[in-house]
Design a protein around this ligand. Structure first.
Ligand code: MTE
Length: 307
């Protein structure tokens, strides 16, 4: 039976309850894990093979040091301001070059997918990094259900645009809202590409992109778009927010690459957040450590040009 990874943050009474629950479901042949704070809603999921051999970032650091410009540009702003976002009800419009388009309630999407915990490295283009236990499902499951047409080559993603619940939209009104991102279809279908609804055994906090965000662990963090409301299959490379803002600095692919520096700083190393005052920088790995899994997607491409 799996161990309760986060039991140290769980009050004892809760912990005992979960053990009873686990005993109850064990007979069904499932291996779910129940974990989390007493305050946040906990999730049911199974552990997966996907984990890295590195210290997990403290939950406190991963949920208070964020980039979510819809809530301001300061690292502490999202944790301060994102509480106002209404994440329930939530639906995702799936369309474009698919045979099964529609506007799907998130709860219906979640009925049909396998929820797993996956511990991934996460590397921001700003050269800080985390190791996060995400909970989510493979994007490939969702795309397969949408049934892409033969000419679909790319997947475009869009974040919610709700200025009255996103004060950063007004504070930064020249930013090209809504936040948009994209992947090539084969990248989107790759088994590592995750749609996350939780982290650290709990539902995603709003500042981390609740209720549904993308996680592409071999790419710089800005590809991992938060609070997704729209997914569109297309035959053309879709525009992406940071590429629109500074195309010399942020390419469409944005695969983590220690050999290609950002025009204004080195990408050779990174600062693990929450690792303590005296923790040093660590070397950045090609494709963020996922080279074996994903390098084949880029065979024949010049990774220096297609950054
Ligand atoms: N998604 C939206 N909608 N808005 C954003 O500002 N920031 C991106 C990405 N997704 C961003 C976003 C960037 S730059 C990073 S590094 C990650 O979210 C940060 O995710 P985290 O706050 O969960 O660490």
């Amino acid at each position: 039976m799996h161990k309760l990874t986060y039991s140290q943050v769980t009050p004892k009474a809760d912990f005992l309850n979960r053990r009873q629950l686990m005993a109850g479901v064990a007979g069904l042949g499932l291996a779910p894990v129940f974990a989390g704070h007493a305050s946040a809603k906990t999730l049911e999921f199974t552990k997966s093979e996907y984990k890295v051999d590195a210290q997990t970032t403290p939950q406190e650091a991963a949920t208070t040091y964020n980039n979510y410009y819809e809530y301001g540009t300061g690292k502490g702003d999202p944790a301060k301001y994102a509480d106002v976002l209404t994440t329930d009800p939530w639906s995702v419009e799936i369309g474009g070059l698919v045979n099964n388009p529609g506007n799907f309630a998130l709860e219906d999407i979640l009925k049909d997918v396998t929820m797993e915990e996956r511990i991934y490295r996460f590397r921001c283009v700003e050269a800080w990094s985390m190791v996060v236990p995400w909970i989510g499902f493979q994007l490939s499951d969702l795309i397969a259900k949408a049934d892409p047409m033969g000419d679909a080559k790319f997947v475009a993603f869009e974040t919610l645009h709700r200025p009255d619940e996103m004060p950063g939209i007004g504070w930064n009104s020249r930013f090209p809202w809504p936040y948009v991102e994209g992947l090539r279809l084969d990248e989107a279908m790759h088994p590592l590409t995750l749609m996350a609804t939780g982290m650290y055994g709990e539902e995603l906090p709003n500042q981390n992109g609740a209720p549904l965000r993308l996680v592409v662990p071999w790419k710089y963090g800005f590809k991992s778009i938060k609070s997704i409301v729209k997914i569109t299959l297309t035959d053309k490379e879709p525009p992406t927010t940071w590429n629109r803002i500074a195309d010399r600095e942020y390419g469409f692919y944005s695969n983590v690459n220690p050999e290609v520096d950002h025009p204004r700083w080195s990408q050779a190393s990174e600062r693990p957040i929450g690792a303590g005052l005296f923790a040093g920088r660590i070397p950045t790995l090609k494709f963020n450590g996922y080279e074996e899994d994903v390098a084949g997607l880029y065979a024949g491409m010049d990774l220096r040009k297609n950054f």
